[in-house]
Design a protein around this ligand. Structure first.
Ligand code: SF4
Length: 96
């Protein structure tokens, strides 16, 4: 056993020491992304074009709005891109 310290000696729980990082991430509580559009929105609809599954245009308010409570994982990257590219810095991402 030279070179490898048994888990109980290192103080780490044995199960954790046996799982790879990917498996550990699956066991952790999944973090849900939430996003909101602030009143700074200037209504150019860029976020709508980029990710219509999450953003939609409110014709009455002339601003974009978020149409989901939590961002589905497959759209998280697009939402981050929309926030980065929003010229009004109106997209706020909240990770739990
Ligand atoms: S990209 Fe920003 S400014 Fe443009 S519609 Fe979306 S939230 Fe509003």
């Amino acid at each position: 056993m030279k070179g490898r310290v048994p888990a109980k000696i290192t103080g780490k729980p044995l199960v954790r020491s046996l799982l790879n990082p990917t498996a550990l991430n699956l066991l952790k509580k999944e973090k849900k992304m939430k996003v909101k559009v602030t009143e700074n929105c200037m209504g150019d609809r860029r976020c709508n074009d980029l990710c219509p599954e999450v953003f939609e245009y409110d014709e009455d308010e002339l601003k974009s709005m978020v149409k989901v409570d939590e961002v589905p994982a497959q759209y998280e990257a697009l939402v981050r891109q929309a926030a980065d590219e929003c010229g009004a810095d109106a997209i706020i991402i909240e990770d739990d």
